[in-house]
Structures are given as C-alpha cells and as structure tokens.
Write a protein that binds this ligand. Structure first.
Ligand code: MEV
Length: 421
C-alpha cells in the first residue's frame, strides 16, 4: 500500500522505542531493509570528499518525524533534520489541530526561476532594449540549446523581462531570463543559460555584460498554503484572540517579524536540509520576499473566520528540487524523499510551506498562551543531565527530578548523580 492511503495521524509516537519508530516508518513508506539501514549509517567518506573540498569527516544531525500532516487531502509524515528541541513535536501538534478542519490546502506556481544578466556601458538604452526585444526568439533559442533534457521535460527558458536601473556607475539594463526548471532547484540550468547568452546580448546592445547569475529572490516560484486551526482544539476563542494579538506585532514590527519568520524557517529549513536542498537559497529568498513591499513583515497572515476559528496563510518563494544537487547524492536525502512520498518539486514545495505554516502557528500559539519554555524543558533537562555525566539509565530520572524541583541546572544534575551513587 502506498502512503497516501495510510493515515499520518498517530498518537503516542514519541513513546515508542527508536526501533519501533523505524519499523513504523518502514511500513508507512514501504522502505526496504537496505533503505532502513541507511538511517544508522553515516555518509560515506569518499562521497563526502566529492561533495566539498578539504574534507575531514562528516557531521551528523538528528532526523525526527513530524506526524499528522494532511495536505491537499494526502497524508504525509515529514522527516525533519534539526538541532533544535521541541520543533518536531510542535509541528506535529499544529498539524493535528489543522487536521480537524481539513488540513493544509496548498497551491504552487510553475517552477519559474530568474537568471539575471547585467548589461553596462550602453550608449543608447532605448535602442538596446528594442534590439533585445526584437531578437527574443533567437535569445530564447540559444538559452534553450543549453539544456535539451529540460526542454524535453516541458521546461526551459520561456521569456525574458528587461529592467532599467540607475546606479552610481550609470544606467544599466538588467535582463531577467525566466526559466521553467521543472523538478530541479534550477541554479545550474539557469547559470549555464545566462552565461551562454552573454555574447549575443553584447552583440545586440553594444554594451558590456558583467554579472550573469541566478536570482535567489524567486518571486515567480511561489507557494501558498492555507489552514484553519480549530478554536476548540486551541482551547477556545479566547486563545484565538490571544493568538491574533501576538501575531499583530509581527505584522507591524520588523524586530518581531524577524523572530516570527525565524520560527517559520525552523520548519522549512529542517525539510530543506532533509531533502538535500540549499537552505541558504531558501532563507535568502524568504527574507527578501518578506520585505518585497519595502517593509520587512511576517511571511504568514492570520485572521478569525465567522466560526471563530483561526485561519492561517503563508506565501513564500520555494526554490527547491527533487532531482540534481546533493539531494541526489546523499543517501539520507534520498531516503527522506522516499519517506515523504513526493512525486514532484511542486509537491515538495507545498509540503515544505505547510510545515512552515504549522511551525509558525505552533510557536505563536505557545507564545500567546503558556510560553515556549515549558515545551523546551523536558529535552533541555535531559541534555543537562547528559552534560553532568549521567549514565543512559539515569538520564530520565535526573531530568524528571530537576523539572519537579523547577531547578534545571548543571550543578543540581551533578548533585543528583552523586545522591544516586
Ligand atoms: C525559536 O527557535 C523560534 C521562536 O522564537 C519563533 C517565534 O518567536 O515565533 C519561538
């Protein structure tokens, strides 16, 4: 059975042993024994050596599973790679609340990326613009000759736009080549195309082409997600109102919006990393998009509907791929894509943005009610116990004791270890 027919709504998952969790996901995502074994092996050193330069070893982070996600009517269990405690549990909890009213409804644009070509030293901007526009077909043909496979898949350079910018070094034309990159992130395809266009652009304009590079402000590759968070599950309409009061600050104040958006990226980055995508590209695009109207603001919006439920929305650029790049090399990234059961980059975008919305809802909900420290305490206390030198079978006991005393400190953990002795 494929994972669309299985429910991702599971309770008490955290109580299972790691072995039982692996057994569960093996069944949910139809993983083979070989695929399961990837979970406990680290990245092959020779593969690592081919990925970057001057390699010494590899660096591990935990993979956790976010549960309960229903997105466009399909159940997803989402692998998250993060170093931050509480994030996975918070996302799962938010998805559980959203599920009551139908889960996340996501929609994304065509996978259109922008490649920039900067044209300088122009004598006559107007006639350069005219020349470029008159030769649009020829220009697009040269761009598309760079990537036959992308063309065969229905992608490729579709159009270009011209912007005229004034600057301290004079006026320039910036050509935006618009490329449908299909299931790739697209940086390689776009960069190859814009580099190949430099000679013809210089010939046509008589100018000098300087920069030729993809833009990470992928504002033509946008994903939108909406979810209704049930007021009863939120503990009543009072909590919806408290949520909206907290959210208002993010909508008007860049100091709060930055932290609010960081919470969104807690979810988004964890899946970007899990699937071997470029999290810096996503971060750069997200924050630029958050200030696209000239003022940095929240990437999510919230309001109360007639029923008193909370409606949450996110709109964000999502330059991610499921083919090419590290995601095709790293065995765990391949495995995470299999766990997700996604079939296209667009589907991955929709899941990623839903996770971002869920994460943001969870953070703001906690902040507007009990605060976030409570949720952090259990894992934090366990970490302190480990730092104090607790043995595996002592960790839970010491953590529980410190939480009970409201005194989660290294010194206290050491004292308890001695008391146990
Ligand atoms: C912490 O990693 C993220 C939060 O600060 C996000 C927020 O404040 O909305 C909790």
């Amino acid at each position: 059975m494929s994972n669309h027919k299985k429910t991702s709504k599971i309770s008490g998952f955290y109580k299972l042993s790691i072995k039982e969790r692996i057994e569960f996901i093996k069944n949910f995502s139809d993983l083979s024994e070989e695929e399961v074994s990837i979970l406990s092996s680290s990245l092959d050193i020779n593969t690592a050596d081919r990925m970057i330069e001057n390699v010494l070893g590899t660096f591990e982070l935990p993979i956790g599973l976010a549960l309960n996600f229903l997105i466009n009517g399909k159940d997803y269990i989402i692998p998250m790679v993060t170093e931050e405690s509480s994030v996975v549990a918070a996302a799962s909890n938010a998805a559980k609340i959203a599920r009551v009213k139908g889960g996340f409804i996501a929609d994304c644009s065509d996978p259109l990326m922008i490649g920039q070509i900067q044209i300088l030293k122009l004598n006559d901007i107007a006639s350069s613009v005219k020349e470029l526009l008159n030769h649009k077909k020829e220009i697009l043909k040269i761009a598309n000759a760079q990537d036959k496979i992308l063309n065969d898949l229905g992608g490729g350079a579709k159009d270009f736009e011209l912007r005229i910018l004034d600057s301290p070094i004079g006026k320039m034309i910036v050509m935006h080549l618009i490329v449908d990159v299909r299931d790739a992130m697209g940086a390689n395809a776009v960069n190859t195309m814009v580099e190949a266009l430099a000679p013809i652009v210089e010939d046509l304009t008589g100018g000098k082409v300087r920069l030729k590079i993809l833009s990470n402000l992928a504002d033509k590759r946008i994903v939108k997600v909406k979810a209704i968070f049930d007021k009863e599950k939120m503990g009543g309409e009072n909590n919806v109102d408290a949520f909206l009061e907290s959210y208002t600050l993010a909508s008007i104040d860049p100091y709060r919006a930055t932290t609010h958006n960081k919470g969104i990226m807690n979810g988004i980055d964890s899946l970007i990393i899990a699937t071997g995508n470029d999290f810096r590209a996503i971060e750069a695009g997200a924050h630029a998009y958050a200030s696209i109207d000239g003022r940095y603001t929240s990437l999510t919006k919230y309001h109360k509907n007639k029923n008193g439920d909370l409606v949450g929305e996110i709109e964000i650029p999502m330059a991610i791929g499921i083919v090419g790049g590290a995601g095709n090399i790293h065995p765990k990234a391949k495995l995470c894509k299999k766990i997700l059961g996604i079939k296209s980059a667009q589907e991955l975008s929709e899941v990623t943005a839903s996770l971002g919305l869920a994460q943001n809802f969870a953070a703001v909900f906690a902040l507007s009610t009990v605060g976030i420290q409570k949720g952090h305490m259990s894992l934090h206390a366990k970490n302190i116990a480990v730092m104090a030198g607790a043995k595996e079978n002592q960790i839970d006991k010491i953590a529980d004791q410190m939480i009970k005393e409201g005194n989660i400190k290294l010194d206290r953990a050491k004292e308890i270890i001695n008391e146990i002795k």
